[in-house]
Design a protein. Structure first.
Length: 376
């Protein structure tokens, strides 16, 4: 946290004015202190700073949205945020724990219609607590769910997603531009490759020989070329560094321009490679460290296992909440689950008759005569 505070002051001194934060980062007090210090010494005014905050996943219920925002404002000591976005389109059980877990170490999800969450976001804008509202980690289907909402008052101004030369998000970018929605890139320089949650066999973006050759051509670093590539595509770019030298270097992204030919060459580096795999991570990054109680690491589920487990958990929850009745709503429920999670490929889960759902919430045994397969 102390590094975060110092890095924020350095960034402002260098010339950066856009600061991306979030409720769940736990650094808003430090960032707020840094900004206020630079305001007090005359470096900037509050209106010079563009601060982005994010709605935590445990605050998706419409009655909780403003509470999350007000807590951020209090920590930052701000009267308003410039941008407030839904951090991730997956809802978690409300409460003091930002990563609520069951006895098996699995996240406890909540069933929330994100269209209602969005209406609460709109109310925050009407109240003058935020200038603009947007989303993060939304795919096209999820964006369309908001855009097509009856009575939509304000559309998302921005969608923040992982985006870099190995994952250039060209289709999503085209869609967002068609709807006048800005795309914003995190992991723009690849990843910091934390061994706890990054497959170490994935290629290092900034060591790509093509990127290196282009960087040498312009007498720039591969990092600057990766950032410049995004800017010329009309994408807002985020990066993180605690080092003054790198912060100063990255600000030089405005000092040169890539040719159209080099832009196309970098386009060709796309591998649809995701460093931060939101499907594959069964728990938030903060909980993938050693469990403080058992001193063990959580199981790293495969994408298929995670989709199966999470869909089973949510469907089972849905059936039990309805006491095995109103099964006609299941197709609509499935649609909502797909809209509100990062399921991008088909999967199946074992289910049994609603009245036979076991209290443990686990799938029926293979020999259960009422067992069937539900395809998504």
């Amino acid at each position: 946290k102390s590094k975060c505070e110092e890095a924020t002051k350095v960034a402002i001194e260098v010339g950066f004015r856009h600061i991306d934060g979030a409720f769940v980062y736990g650094t808003e007090e430090e960032v707020g202190r840094a900004i206020h210090e630079k305001i007090e010494d005359g470096t900037v005014k509050r209106e010079d700073i563009f601060y982005t905050g994010k709605l935590g996943s445990t605050f998706h219920r419409p009655e909780l949205v403003r509470s999350c925002l007000e807590q951020s404002l209090k920590k930052l000591k701000f009267d308003y945020l410039d941008l407030f976005i839904i951090h991730i389109p997956v809802s978690l059980k409300p409460g003091p724990d930002l990563s609520p877990m069951d006895e098996n170490g699995k996240l406890i999800f909540d069933i929330v219609d994100l269209r209602q969450t969005w209406e609460a976001m709109e109310a925050c804008k009407d109240a003058g607590l935020v200038k603009s509202i947007g989303v993060s980690n939304f795919n096209r289907r999820q964006l369309e769910m908001i855009l097509n909402k009856p009575g939509l008052k304000y559309k998302p101004v921005l969608n923040q997603v992982e985006c870099h030369p190995y994952l250039n998000q060209s289709k999503l970018l085209t869609f967002c531009k068609s709807k006048d929605i800005l795309l914003e890139a995190y992991c723009a320089l690849g990843s910091q490759r934390d061994k706890m949650w990054i497959d170490q066999s994935t290629p290092v973006l900034l060591e790509d020989p093509v990127l290196g050759a282009i960087a040498k051509k312009y007498n720039q670093s591969p990092a600057l070329v990766a950032l410049r590539y995004q800017l010329q595509r009309g994408i807002v770019v985020l990066f993180k560094s605690f080092t003054r030298k790198r912060i100063e270097e990255n600000f030089q992204v405005f000092d040169f321009q890539l040719s159209e030919e080099d832009m196309k060459t970098i386009d060709g580096l796309n591998k649809n490679l995701r460093y931060l795999n939101l499907i594959q991570l069964p728990t938030p990054l903060s909980t993938r460290l050693l469990n403080p109680t058992t001193k063990t690491r959580p199981k790293h589920y495969s994408p298929q296992e995670t989709r199966t487990q999470d869909l089973w958990t949510t469907l089972s929850f849905h059936l039990k909440m309805n006491n095995g009745k109103n099964t006609s709503s299941i197709p609509d429920f499935i649609s909502r689950v797909r809209n509100q999670t990062h399921i991008s490929s088909p999967c199946s889960i074992p289910v049994i008759s609603p009245r036979e759902v076991p209290s443990s919430g686990s799938p029926a045994s293979a020999g259960d005569s009422k067992r069937s397969i539900l395809y998504f």
